[in-house]
Design a protein around this ligand. Sequence first.
Ligand SMILES: C[S@@+](CC[C@H](N)C(=O)[O-])C[C@H]1O[C@@H](n2cnc3c(N)ncnc32)[C@H](O)[C@@H]1O
Length: 238
Amino acid sequence: MSELAQAIAATHGRPLERDRARRIARAFAPRHPLGNRHDYFYTLIKLRSDPLYPGVLAALRGTRAPLLDLGCGLGLLAHALRQDGQALAYRGVDIDADKIARGRRVAAGAGLDGVTFDVVDLARETPDHRGSVAILDVLQYLPHEAQQALLSTVAAMLDGDARLVIRTGLGDDSGRGRTTRVTDRLANLIGWMQERARCYPTRDGLQAMLEAAGLRATFAPLYGSTPFNNWLVVAEPV
Ligand SMILES: C[S@@+](CC[C@H](N)C(=O)[O-])C[C@H]1O[C@@H](n2cnc3c(N)ncnc32)[C@H](O)[C@@H]1O
């Protein structure tokens, strides 16, 4: 097993420690006692239950290239990186202007340096960038052709010690695969996710897309004790 795969495997199944999760989530609490606590509780539950961030932090640790976070949501990765002592420049983009506004405000309030956010629809454009790229729980919102085009475009961004870090639900007939699809649909129906999932890549399909883009990929399960079919994929130029 490669060093990178070992580092990822060592975190598998474990979300952030409870205290670290609480410190990040507190940045999302409202200033006023009667303010809306939705983002606070969402981030606290997400950080305490989902092994996503420890896996991604392990995949990026030791790299220095700037990071572009595609479909960044509230920008939780920026908080996790800084808490982990990773100082690489961070730019988060997302189609959801509300989330970007909240993510920008909270990052500024938390005093995160070198962190920027922009509204971008990845189905229409990809920002210019040189460095690492994160695509976390986003690929399934794009049609197959757009996924292929996006992966080819981001492959050309990787230089120096840069890595492409993807977390995605993989499309298959397992119980985990079904739970992932149903949960994404519910998130769309209740309005938490403005976009509707369109296409879950299969493992073979994603591997083929990455190879066609000139990348060598490591796949590792990253669902921990959640019921989803989430995998971490770390890719580097061949
Ligand atoms: C499940 S959330 C993941 C958020 C973040 N990456 C994380 O891991 O916490 C999926 C994100 O993808 C964004 N998204 C969906 N379709 C998009 C598109 N076409 N362009 C940019 N962002 C998109 C959604 O707005 C949402 O914030």
